[in-house]
Design a protein around this ligand. Structure first.
Ligand code: HEM
Length: 556
């Protein structure tokens, strides 16, 4: 049954909005568009009813819910930051992950255990620790640049043939997060590079078999993705752990690898301790950082993480940190290929302000300097805004409460379509006259987002994040890509670093030539994140750009 007083679509008897959800999935690749359509139609607070029935059993199984859609960015910020005692991570998200990482942060409700995990791991996202991770991250991005340099030379003149970059980027992202989480890249991109170099007859998109650990991690992600459409979410963890053979093989392999590394590092520390102790503050990956912290805390009565907690958090880093950044990087190369002027401007900024890229690996301080690299920062923000990698954030009401004047009963799921809001909020609510829209707008103080023009928000336009003097303006528009508050993305600083390194390094080296529409469509499909369906590239080394037609130069 719909919640009283909250606007909704015309409901199909028994199934509620299920036909709309199904149609959106079929037509636009994701059922989250049903929430977005509903919000655009009905205003800042609306609801989507997922039938059938409303009995306790069907609700316990995840059927028969009215999901409230909150689509006002200021109100979302308020709910996530100031009203965290009323709203917590939604069970619908926890069910998806709890079979695989029952003690991982993303699954835990906001309780003492979660706070302990966050406190324990928060040093990994501080500047000194990110600085230590940077050389390894940059080295792996360089492997991707090297792979594309070799592949580009094999492209024929016809612009219809391009490199399929989807898996290259996905695997680069997996390699990076494996190196950062547990200290060893899976070497997927290196394996592809070695293969291309050793096989001169291979085409530009030919790649060898994916290394086992990388495909195991992908299997875990696939199992989680399959769970999204499962009709009884609360049964998912039990069914996954007890009956899913693919999942069992993959988790045993990933945990086995982590345990080996964990034990090896512990033995190394124990050996070093006999000779007076290994110097602290050397760790360049999360696993070592946790063990370093454990040693530092020894004897101080500080509670460490248990082995199963460590395994779950490292697995969460690998899962949460690979798919999201890969998707964003895939969209990034598509946007660049479509916008040559952006590429020229970004390349010019890198030549002027980060010329060391030509001779040495950039440091954390150089890469993260927003003042020195305002356009790079603007491109990163604009890619995140337009990519909608994480299209929605969800919370459950812990108490009976009220949002923008609407009563919300305890247990109701509140879905916030953050991807959409970053793109269309200013347009969707302009000119609306109903009470809810008026109150949302007045709460915002009638604010228009920066200098964003009506009808312009759907365009990819990094300039929207710049002030007149060219400096970066974080407040230019709604910024929700990582959520807000205590449960916001734990890895956002790492994600931003990775995206900056990726964009700086690939754009410093390559110009991405325009592609025919057939191989650069804007269709997307939603798994855990919102993926492009296609991701092709035709990279040209900048030094070859001067020499005339790119078709002859990529071959040379
Ligand atoms: C472009 C890349 C990324 C995007 C767009 C993204 C987005 C998000 C979003 C929207 C949330 C949910 C926030 C909420 O519910 O309020 C989240 C949570 C989370 N993310 Fe990310 N993320 C990215 C990269 C990463 C990386 C690299 C890591 C690696 C550590 C990571 C780890 C996490 C964790 C652990 C949580 C759960 C935090 C909690 O439950 O308190 N994410 N992310």
């Amino acid at each position: 049954k719909p919640l009283p007083s909250i606007p909704h679509n015309k409901l199909t008897w028994f199934l509620g909005d299920i036909p709309l959800l199904t149609r959106m999935l079929k037509e636009r690749g994701a059922n989250t568009y049903a929430f977005e359509e509903t919000a655009i139609r009905h205003g800042p607070v609306s609801q989507v009813v997922v039938g059938p029935g409303a009995g306790w059993a069907s609700r316990w199984l995840g059927f028969g819910q009215a999901i409230v859609v909150l689509s006002d960015s200021q109100e979302i910020q308020d709910v996530l930051v100031n009203r965290a005692h009323e709203f917590d991570r939604s069970k619908s998200i926890s069910f998806l992950f709890s079979g695989t990482i029952p003690e991982g942060m993303v699954v835990l409700p906001t309780n003492d255990k979660l706070k302990h995990h966050k406190r324990y791991l928060q040093m990994t996202m501080t500047a000194p620790y990110l600085a230590r991770m940077t050389p390894g991250l940059v080295e792996l991005m360089q492997e991707l640049v090297d792979l594309w340099t070799v592949a580009a030379k094999r492209l024929p003149g016809s612009p219809d043939v391009a490199i399929d970059a989807m898996d290259d980027i996905r695997l680069a992202s997996i390699d990076v997060i494996a190196a950062i989480a547990f200290g060893g890249s899976f070497k997927s991109v290196k394996t592809s590079l070695d293969f291309l170099e050793a096989t001169p007859a291979a085409g530009p998109s030919a790649r060898p078999e994916v290394p086992k650990l990388a495909s195991d991690l992908q299997d875990l992600l696939d199992v989680i993705t399959e769970g999204i459409m499962f009709p009884a979410p609360s049964l998912l963890p039990f069914l996954t752990r007890n009956f899913n053979k693919k999942w069992r093989r993959a988790i045993d392999s990933i945990h086995g690898n982590m345990r080996t590394r964990l034990n090896a590092t512990r033995t190394e520390y124990a050996e070093a301790a006999k000779d007076g102790g290994k110097a602290l503050s050397e760790a360049d990956n999360v696993l070592d950082m946790i063990l370093e912290r454990e040693r530092e805390d020894m004897g101080k009565g500080v509670q460490a993480l248990t082995e199963s907690e460590i395994l779950d958090e490292l697995t969460l880093f690998a899962l949460g940190g690979s798919e999201t950044t890969a998707t964003t990087m895939q969209w990034a190369v598509k946007f660049l290929a479509k916008h040559p002027a952006v590429q020229h401007k970004l390349h010019a900024e890198l030549l002027d302000n980060l010329p060391s890229l030509a001779v040495s690996a950039p440091s954390y301080a150089e890469l993260s300097n927003e003042t020195n690299l305002p356009y790079l920062t603007a491109v990163v923000y604009e890619v995140l805004r337009c990519a909608r990698a994480a299209p929605a954030v969800a919370r459950d009401a812990k108490v009976d409460t009220v949002i923008l004047g609407h009563p919300i009963p305890k247990g109701t799921q509140v879905l916030m379509p953050v991807g959409m809001i970053q793109q269309v909020e200013s347009d969707a609510f302009r000119g609306r006259t109903d009470e809810a829209a008026r109150s949302a707008t007045s709460k915002r103080g009638g604010r228009r987002w920066g200098h964003w023009e009506e009808g312009d928000v759907l365009k990819f336009n990094p300039e929207r994040w710049l002030r007149a003097d060219g400096s970066f303006d974080v407040n230019a528009g709604p910024w929700l890509a990582f959520g807000y508050g205590f449960r916001a993305c734990f890895g956002q600083k790492l994600a931003l670093l990775e995206l900056r390194a990726f964009l700086a390094m690939v754009q410093f080296n390559f110009f991405f030539a325009a592609l025919p529409e057939e191989i650069n469509t804007w269709k997307s499909v939603e798994t855990v994140t919102n993926h492009p369906v296609q991701c092709f590239i035709r990279p040209i080394l900048w030094e070859n750009m001067q020499k005339g037609s790119w078709a002859s130069t990529v071959r040379g």
